[in-house]
Design a protein around this ligand. Structure first.
Ligand code: PMP
Length: 361
């Protein structure tokens, strides 16, 4: 087998090795079926078992209550930026958006095409180094919903609390930290996530929504853009991303084997602490995010100069580490260490950072 390196990509991102190996083993012919997962009908009994198994494991892992629907959609989290307001923001209504980085800015842009949108809080003037505190949120009790981004993948800031929105439904883009720690689903009316960081290969978008929200979709909405279409047909109105859902099923089984979200959450806390502690102990490295909002998934930091950052990235590549260059809008370094990223890879980066500081600091 070709040797694997440490992949710090922000997404698509590293998947559990045991899952990749199982996919490889079973790719040509699923056991007992004699056909590949990418050759079978989405209406076959074999695929029914896969999608139903994925749904059951999602419910088990996150304690998703019965009055929530689980949808497997396409179009990425980016299409949800449009589908959320198209379905949930009635004509003449208004919505609250909390703006904490590039992804929430993209979400609000699409909502503005549909109706009146209020910025409930923004940390843009602080270069998105933190998320707002509860008492900073200017929430409108008449808003159709409040939209938030649980983890800003580019800026590396993450909520450590569930915002309280009273009777107003809370909608969360959880693309980059879904199932990285235990989640209180009941606090949210809807959670959506592109799956390509913590759950699956690209191609499937997970939507978990309280069923009362389905009544809001306007009748004239295009069929594929209406949540009711997918809810009624159990995500099989048209051909779903069969392969991605299959791999998600395996990743969910892997998560359960790890001990579920509490166990994976502890591992993630430990992995992130290794990096943040190294950064904090040095004068050379500087974290982007404020300590109380630091992402467990995307650790963004700077070096004393862009020149040193370039050198850092080049040398990590030589040392068998990929994907550490920060997003062009923030610069610096970003280490994405999702659920499947091994602790040994974090330890290797920490050792590299110490040596780099010693020789360049
Ligand atoms: N939201 C967040 C927080 C993201 O990190 C991303 C992708 N990096 C998106 C939305 C967009 O997801 P997609 O590429 O699936 O449309």
């Amino acid at each position: 087998m070709t040797e694997r390196i440490y992949n710090f990509s922000a997404g698509p991102a590293v998947l559990p090795l045991s899952v990749l190996e199982q996919v490889q083993r079973d790719f040509v012919a699923l056991p007992g079926l004699g056909m590949s997962i990418v050759e079978i009908s989405h209406r076959s009994k074999a695929f029914d078992e896969i999608i139903e198994g994925a749904e059951a494991d999602l419910r088990k892992l996150a304690g998703i209550p019965d009055n929530y629907r689980i949808l497997f959609l396409q179009g990425g989290a980016s299409l949800q930026f449009s589908m959320v307001p198209m379905n949930l923001l009635p004509a003449g209504g208004k919505a609250d958006y909390i703006v904490t980085g590039s992804w929430s800015k993209k979400a609000i842009k699409e909502a503005q095409r549909i109706g009146t949108v209020n910025v409930a809080a923004t940390t843009e003037s602080e270069n998105f180094t933190r998320v707002p505190r509860q008492e900073e949120l200017k929430l409108d009790p008449e808003a159709a919903y409040v939209h938030m981004t649980t983890n800003e993948t580019i800026h590396g800031v993450e909520y450590k609390y569930d915002p309280e929105t009273g009777d107003v439904p809370l909608v969360a883009d959880a693309s980059s930290d879904i199932f990285s720690v235990p989640i209180n689903v009941g606090k949210y009316a809807m959670i959506y996530a592109g799956a390509q960081k913590n759950l699956a290969p690209a191609g499937v978008t997970l939507v978990i929504m309280r069923d009362d929200l389905l009544a809001r979709s306007p009748a004239g909405l295009h069929t594929m853009l209406n949540y009711n279409t997918h809810a009624k047909e159990n995500s099989l109105y048209n051909t779903p991303p069969v392969f991605s859902i299959y791999v998600m099923r395996l990743v969910l089984a892997w998560l359960l084997e790890q001990g579920g979200l509490e166990a994976i959450g502890r591992q993630n806390e430990e992995k992130a602490a290794l990096l943040y502690d190294t950064i904090d102990a040095s004068e050379f490295y500087r974290a982007h995010a404020a300590p109380e909002c630091r992402s467990l998934m995307n650790v963004a930091f700077r070096l004393p100069s862009e020149e040193l950052e370039k050198q850092f990235v080049a040398e990590t590549t030589k040392a068998g580490m990929d994907g550490l260059k920060g997003h062009r809008s923030v610069g610096g370094i970003r280490a994405s260490i999702y659920n499947a990223f091994p602790r040994a890879g974090v330890e290797a980066l920490v050792a590299f950072m110490k040596e780099f500081e010693r020789t360049h600091g």
